[in-house]
Each structure stands twice: as C-alpha cells, then as structure tokens.
Design a protein around this ligand. Structure first.
Ligand code: G6P
Length: 608
C-alpha cells in the first residue's frame, strides 16, 4: 500500500527511482511520482495511472537531472487517483518535497490549523499536511523539524523528505509502516521493501519506529527523537536478485506458482530432522502446549483462508479448540481470551494493519503470540513472542500463491508438533505424516506439470458471469481460497459455500449452465459432496469436480474432472489449492486482465 524509494549518490537519481518503483508497484499502482534535486531546486514529476505513464512522461528519467531524489507509487486512500493527489507533495514555498506511506489520522485538525496560518492546500491527501508542517516548523535544522513534525502527526507513516536547503542529504523516518535503508558504495537508498534496492546493495538497516535517518552519498546517520545519534547493526539480505524479476514469465503470479515446490521445500526441510519436526524458532514446550486453553488464528485475505484450513487440522490433530477470525473483526469485538490462549497471526508481508492491530489486542488480553510471517524483521514479526518464517522468498503478484502454500505447510508442522507434545498421535501416524509432508513439494510439482487440462477448462468457462465453489470441511476451506483467487484477478463474481449449506439459499442462484466447482478430495465426506454435486447438476449446473485419483466414480456426478495426487487426508488442501490457483490465472489471462495488479487491490494493506 504505497511504495517509497529514495536515492542519493553519484548517478542520475530519476532512472534509479523509476527502477526501484517498478519493483514496488505491487504496493500501489494508481499513480506515481518522483522529486529530484538538481542543484538549484526540487523538480517534481507525477502521473496518474501505472508507473509506465510516469516513465514515458520523463523518458525513463532521462529528462530529469540530479543525483538525489525520492519516488512514490500510490494506492489512494485520501483523494482519488490523480496527478495532483499523487506524491511527492511540495510545501508552500517548494522547499520541501515529501513522500508518504501510511495514514495521518489527525490530518483534518492539522489542515485546519495550517489553513488558519495562511497555508493553501491543492490536493485532497493527508500527506500534503506533512509537507506544509515541515515548512511551518522549519527554523533551519532539518532533523529538529522532523522531530517536531512526527510529534504532531498521529497515525502511521514512512516518510522520505527532500529539502532544497540541504543539497547533499535527505531525511526519512517510519512509524508502523515499513521502510528500510540500503547502504551502497558512494550511494545510499531508502525503500519500502528490499526488492527495490536488491540490484544495488544487500546491506541494509531495518528502522525502528521514529528512528530518523539522514542519508548522504557517503554515509548514513540515524538519530532518536532527542536528536542523539544511535548505532545500529546492519543486516545482509540473502535473497537472489532474480527473486524480484519475472525471469521470462509473463506474470509474477505464474512464476510464483511455479516456485511453490521450492518454497515448500525451503520451508519444510530445515524443520524436519531425523524424522522429527524441529521448530527451533519457537519455544512451544510440551508443558506449554498442554496448558493451552484455546487457539485463536487471526489474519486477513488468503492468510485468513489458511487459518480456516488450520482450524480443521489443528483441532483434528490436537483436540484444542481453534477460533479463526478475520483480523479486522477480531480487534473490534472485544474477543474473549486469556493468558492460557495462544494466538497465531498469519501474514505474508508482516505489515497488514488489521492483523497488526489484532495482534496488539490479543497481547493486551495476555495471550501469547505466534506469528507465521514471510518478511523477516517486519512489524508483525517484531511484535510477536515467537515467529515461524515461511521461506517463500519475495512475493510480488498481488494474488498470493506461494505464501499461502508455505503458510499452510507451517500449520502442518505446528499441528504435528503440538499433537506429539500432547501424546495425541501414534508413532506410526507421526512417521506417516512426516513422510507425506515431505512429499508435498514433489506432488505440487506433478500438478504444475499437468497444466494443460486446467488451461483447457479455463478456456471453456472464462466468459462465465458467476462461478460457485462448494466443498465440505477442509474442501470448503480450500474453496474459499479458490473462489478468492478467481474473483480477485478475473473479476468474475464467485462465492464459496459449504456444500451442505447450499440448500439453505444459494441453490436458488443456480441456472442452466452455471459453473459449480466441487471439491471432493477426502474419503470421509466424498459421498456427501457427490450428493450436493448431483443436486446442482439436476438444476442445470455444469459441475467441475476436483478430487484425487482414488475417486474415479466422481465422473458420475461431474461434467469435468481435475485430479490431484493422493496424500494424507489432512494434507490434501496443499494439493487442491494449486489447480484452483491455475484456474483463476488462466481465466484471468484469457479475459486479458492485468493479473499481477488487479484493479483496486494492493498487496500490502497497511491501512485499516
Ligand atoms: C492483501 C493481499 C492478499 C493477502 C492479504 C493479507 O489483500 O492481496 O493476497 O492475503 O492482503 O496480507 P498479508 O501480507 O497479511 O498476508
């Protein structure tokens, strides 16, 4: 949700800013802008729409000179996407240029005050307030001004600020929005995410809230809000540069689906040693696990869907009750919980505002927090008591695939670890489960090799107006994700229903030719779901069944079938989700949709 990049060095800043923004476009893509200091003053260029519009406007950055600048790609919150609302925003005199990610919650009060002091506003954004505040408080010292400004603003922010009085430095700060500092040779950077600067450096500082950074080309200094310099450890990023590139694929989403076997291996193999689950990262002792009262899983979007699968798995294996909540609902409903509860928060980015707020709420209630996160050092990872990282690598496509799969793998490991601690699983079952978990990457690979059938099915149904997904228990939980994948990237209306619930209303939506994708992967509820398939078929639906190769008789109830390899019943979601991701992808591709950047969405939702 908004991407920031900043550069100071010996090279021309604008092309580097555009390059960095291209890696951050997944964070927002309704407008973009850059501000560059050229030795005399700050020049600002902005354009509504995709980054390409800005790129064309300034000829890839060639028409803008200067070796210090800041850039921004926007996901609108306050004010429609337009050139004027795009960042950077200038202060009244043009002395300050500001880029911002986050929300200034008290901007209306600040704006009124500034208007009463004679400031005029040209945009509808909350950010413009920050630019004018800089001007208002400026007495010649940029750090002191920054301190003053962040004392006045409430909310979340990552800020990059140029001041034309300081031709050889710029400043930045963050609170509850991500920002890292990249350390190069004779050049330094800021960015919302490491992918933007990976090409230039791997040495970074991760900033804590309200640490103020002053960047010069040959050095970076960090200050606290008392203007005292602080020393920080640098971190080295080991992500491959190619991880943030499409590498020959048409879309990041396809690349990331294809990366799932590797991501699963990377997440699973270091945590299974000599046939045992070893969760070095967390301290869930058997005593602790035995005393857990209830587990709460909170998350948003696809991570919430992982939680839905997780409920079935953890309850089944440990018999500990599990509540799954949408994070934005959880933190406003005064959840009932105690210090005997464990809260599992799941987040790819580690920065989703609602998930972060839910974490804080659970902490207030005394619950221990275990986070399943992909981005190392992210806000949610830092705030949790324990973290299990998914080793999925950077995920760029807005629609998640490999993050979902690795989050689910962590749930399996966790459930197995807890079931063992509670003595709820026999040695044979344990060994069987380990073997099956270890075989998941190969089985996902097998599904990915057989994409043709799914592409064919997509070609039959890509002009559907509405598509339903049904399933029971685990299949229902996976249906939720299949339906979300399809609707978010193809814009086809879609809903997922618990198959047994159909008769209580939804079945009235079935018309001649409506596609119903029915998941019937497990053995226990197979016949029940087949009955539901027959019910919709009798009312005109076209049924696409998804099952394992153990159930050839699904052909009696389905017009088309997708088969997945068999595995332990509880692990089937890991396999079932893959054809559904592919189906969504191919449908969206045939419709000519912008798969990696679906309209109105952003990958990291850092506002409530
Ligand atoms: C957005 C993304 C989803 C993601 C959700 C939660 O809506 O488009 O793919 O599942 O946020 O994000 P998180 O980073 O917390 O997993």
């Amino acid at each position: 949700m908004c991407g920031i990049v900043g550069y100071i060095g010996q090279q021309q800043a604008a092309p580097i800013l555009l390059d960095g923004l291209s890696k951050l476009e997944y964070r927002g893509y309704d407008s973009a802008g850059v501000a560059v200091f050229d030795g005399d003053g700050i020049s600002v260029n902005k354009a509504r729409g995709r980054l390409e519009a800005l790129y064309n406007k300034i000829d890839g950055g060639n028409t803008v000179s200067g070796s210090m600048g800041i850039g921004h790609t926007r996901w609108a919150t306050h004010g429609e996407p337009s050139d004027v609302n795009a960042h950077p925003h200038l202060s009244r005199s043009g002395r300050f240029a500001v880029v911002h990610n986050g929300i200034i919650e008290n901007y209306i009060a600040l704006k009124k005050r500034l208007i009463s002091k004679g400031f005029e506003f040209i945009s509808d954004t909350d950010t413009e307030v920050v630019a004018h505040l800089f001007e208002y408080y400026y007495k010649g010292d940029i750090i002191e001004t920054m301190i003053k400004v962040i004392q006045k603003v409430e909310g979340s922010y990552a800020l990059g600020v140029l001041c034309s009085d300081y031709p050889d430095q710029f400043v930045a700060v963050r609170k509850s929005s991500p920002l890292i500092v990249g350390l190069g040779q004779g050049e330094n950077f800021i960015a919302s995410d490491v992918t933007a600067i990976l090409k230039y450096t791997r040495e970074i500082y991760r900033l804590e809230d309200n640490e103020i950074v002053v960047l010069k080309k040959d050095g970076v200094k960090i200050y606290n809000t008392d203007k005292e310099e602080i020393q920080k450890e640098t971190n080295t990023i080991n992500w491959d540069v190619s991880a943030a590139e499409k590498g020959g694929y048409e879309h990041f989403m396809m690349k990331e689906m294809e990366e799932q076997p590797k991501a699963l291996r990377d997440t699973i193999s270091p945590r299974i040693k000599d046939g045992r689950v070893i969760l070095d990262d967390v301290s869930l002792t058997p005593e602790y696990v035995k005393n857990i009262n209830t587990i709460h899983i909170v998350a948003c979007g696809s991570a919430y869907h992982v939680g839905m699968v997780g409920k079935y798995i953890i309850e089944q294996m440990t018999r500990i009750p599990v509540n799954v909540d949408i994070a934005s609902e959880f933190h406003y409903r005064d959840p009932i919980m105690s210090d005997k509860d464990l809260t599992i928060v799941i987040s790819q980015s580690g920065e989703t505002a609602d998930t972060r707020a839910a974490l804080d709420r659970a902490k207030e209630k005394g619950s221990r927090i275990l986070a399943i996160v992909n981005v190392v050092g992210s806000a949610i990872a830092n705030a949790a008591d324990d973290v299990i990282y998914t080793w999925a690598g950077p995920e760029i496509a807005v629609a998640t695939t490999k993050a979902y799969s690795t989050q689910l793998a962590v749930i399996y490991l966790l459930a197995l670890h807890m079931a063992d601690a509670l003595g709820k699983i026999s040695a044979d079952e344990y060994a069987d489960m380990i073997e099956e978990i270890q075989s998941l990457p190969d089985k996902v690979e097998e599904i990915l090799k057989n994409k043709d059938n799914i592409q064919y099915l997509a070609s039959k149904f890509f002009s559907s107006k509405s598509i339903f997904f049904i399933g029971r228990n685990l299949d229902y939980a996976v249906s939720l994700e299949g339906s979300l994948k399809l609707k978010e990237i193809s814009y086809i209306h879609s809903e997922a229903y618990a198959a047994g619930e159909l008769k209580h209303g939804t079945i009235s939506l079935i018309e001649d030719g409506t596609l119903v994708i029915a998941l019937a992967t497990g053995g226990r509820l197979f016949d029940k779901t087949v009955s539901n398939m027959k019910e919709v078929k009798a009312r005109g639906a076209v049924v696409l069944g998804l099952t394992t190769n153990e159930h050839p008789n699904i052909h009696d109830a389905a017009d088309y079938v997708i088969e997945i390899p068999k595995t332990h019943e509880l692990l089937l979601p890991s396999l079932a989700v893959v054809p559904l991701q592919l189906f969504g992808y191919y449908v969206a591709s045939l419709k000519g949709c912008d798969i990696d950047k679906p309209r109105n969405l952003a990958k990291s939702v850092t506002v409530e």
